[in-house]
Write a protein that binds this ligand. Sequence first.
Ligand SMILES: NC(=O)c1ccc[n+]([C@@H]2O[C@H](COP(=O)([O-])OP(=O)(O)OC[C@H]3O[C@@H](n4cnc5c(N)ncnc54)[C@H](OP(=O)(O)O)[C@@H]3O)[C@@H](O)[C@H]2O)c1
Length: 323
Amino acid sequence: MNTKLKWGVLGTGMIAGKFAGDLPNSNAGVLVASGSRTQESADHFAGQYGGRGVEGYEALINDPEVQAVYNCLPNGLHHEWSIAAMRAGKHVLCEKPFALNAGEAEQMFAVAEETGRVLVEAFMYRAHPQTQKLIEMVRGGVIGDLRLIRSNFTFFREPSMDDARYHPSQGGGAIMDVGTYCVNMIRQLAGSEPTEMQAVAHLYQGDGVDDYAAGVMSFGNDLLTTFTCGMTVDSDQGTYIAGTEGVIEVDAFWFCENSFTINKGDKKEVVKVAEERPLYAVEADAFAAAVLDGEDPWVSKEDTLGNMRVMDVLRASAGVPVE
Ligand SMILES: NC(=O)c1ccc[n+]([C@@H]2O[C@H](COP(=O)([O-])OP(=O)(O)OC[C@H]3O[C@@H](n4cnc5c(N)ncnc54)[C@H](OP(=O)(O)O)[C@@H]3O)[C@@H](O)[C@H]2O)c1
């Protein structure tokens, strides 16, 4: 791969900065422009990370230099702006959760097909060799037959109505924000879709988004799994994958810290993965490989749609307000 994919970043929030900050460490990506609602914020971002600051999302997606758009707007804007970017001729890496619901996700993929653009959900952890090795080893039977998985992703941040995560209309809530990772990882380890699922949630201020939640999913009654997630909870970040012959512990799998531990009886093996590039650089390279070299995306359309369908059922079962 000799050419570099030219990126435009849509929105200048927290994760936009992480992605743009990692991009110089990728092999195949370069930031050429960032689009914000205000010129001031776009210029500030460009001053920090390079490229040009562009006022307005419409201008960014129509920027002739941009080949790929990173849609890292709030969840409620993924559908509208990913579709608009593809219609403007751009490939799109769209943040998780991919859309407000499975119906929106289907529409987005229909436009990808119609326009011939690459569209991938930005589950960055899935592009990383640590996750790929973990999935391969579990599916290969390293801990025997899979029986139980429990996965936890929480953080504590002071609730704020300035944060789109607290707005039902923006697809807010803990299940959408972080539970989606647990659901995605568990489905991948299972290698199939859950046959039964149910969630319970604590609603912020009684009728708001789910600020913390718990879910169960079973896969044909062989594999039983639980997950917990939260935006107002400080806890451990462990995922435990247990089979008939051992248990694997992964600390905060979504950060991909290059190792996980396999425990079998009193034997402990730390599996290490060599990866020098930071996480979002790995993701940017995987996206460039899909666009420039025609490689299969690291998260397939079927995987994204499966995840969204499960999330729809889980949120409905927990009584999460949806607009
Ligand atoms: N993959 C990951 O590691 C990861 C991590 C965190 C978040 N995410 C996902 O990335 C997306 C953005 O998350 P974030 O944490 O970066 O959010 P954020 O810091 O709040 O940034 C979102 C940006 O979207 C723009 N925006 C447009 N309309 C907005 C509105 N009504 N309210 C708030 N912002 C609005 C703003 O950019 P301008 O002011 O420049 O227009 C804002 O800076 C979400 O979908 C989230 O789930 C992914």
